[in-house]
Design a binder for this molecule. Sequence first.
Ligand code: G6P
Length: 368
Amino acid sequence: DASDKGEFRHYMLKEIYEQPKVIAACLEGRISEDRVLTSSFGADSAFLKDVENIHIVACGTSYHAGMVAKYWIEELANIPCSVEVASEYRYRKVAVPKKSLFLTLSQSGETADTLAAMRMAKGLGYLTTLAICNVPSSTLVRESDLTLLTRAGTEIGVASTKAFTTQLTALLITSIAIAAEKGELSDDKHTALVHALRSLPSYVDAAIKQDSAIKLVSEHFANKHNALFLGRGPMFPIALEGALKLKEISYIHAEAYPAGELKHGPLALVDETMPIITVAPNNQMLDKLKSNLQEVRARGGELFVFGAKETGFAQAEGIHYNEIPWVEEVLEPIVHTIPLQLLSYHVAVVKGTDVDQPRNLAKSVTVE
Ligand code: G6P
């Protein structure tokens, strides 16, 4: 029962802990042993093969999910993808390339700007409109041509958690389906991706097991007024989402930057009072990230690093390191979201804010 907090003090924590289960629900019936099933998109799945360009439009946390998807779609399916907040998209002249897919992301399916953008898009000659949404009876689902439901169950905490990771799961399914239908994916690669997806619920479960270690880390934030999140590649949108969570529920001013942009501005803010949070990827960007972090350390910034032990990070002077499980690179944005959710949750608890109902914010923004 969604309205029962059970053993949990807040809905947000309960919803964080539900993620292995709801991600498994999101995968259910959408993958076979070794393939993503095109039937996941209903009878009319021809767009998977025909699509040559994608416009993703969303707001808030859903927008961050879209930003991750851009990396997956361009990498796996080799087609251009752009991502935009709905409140901007709806008020400009949009050039729509031939055979473009219009893809909305929304937990509620009732966000006014996202609905207005979708209604506008319907007159712009898109191939089709697809909604990745959590609420089956929502306006967005009713009015879109196609739907992929995220199956996260009712989300009550204003700060979105399980809705986000199930959106990412649905977006990875979509990216793989498009890549496969367009002939961009070898059979072996397809099988490997589906096997990785099958492990996702257990990886997320392992990440949640770091809860008590992350709770200890959160105490360092009790008196902070600012925080800087850094990420590279698909971990940049995860840094954005980490910063959004922290500011939403703990009221600490937080910003996120792609780590390579550090020297173009935010480095000026770094001193001993500035915590810098990063989730380290286990790929060719790791060394670049490490050199960005050295620049931060050299200016006295206090680092909080989450990464698999394969990244080679360790506890050191000015570096708080927390281990998270190794996962296949493609899954990192999903699994590495967990420690940032837990961090913002515990910081909010330490600060004594209203975790589930932060001031000035609404769960669903149904007016402009
Ligand atoms: C509000 C909520 C956010 C959510 C955003 C978009 O700002 O507080 O958690 O990400 O709306 O909502 P949607 O339902 O469209 O995903």
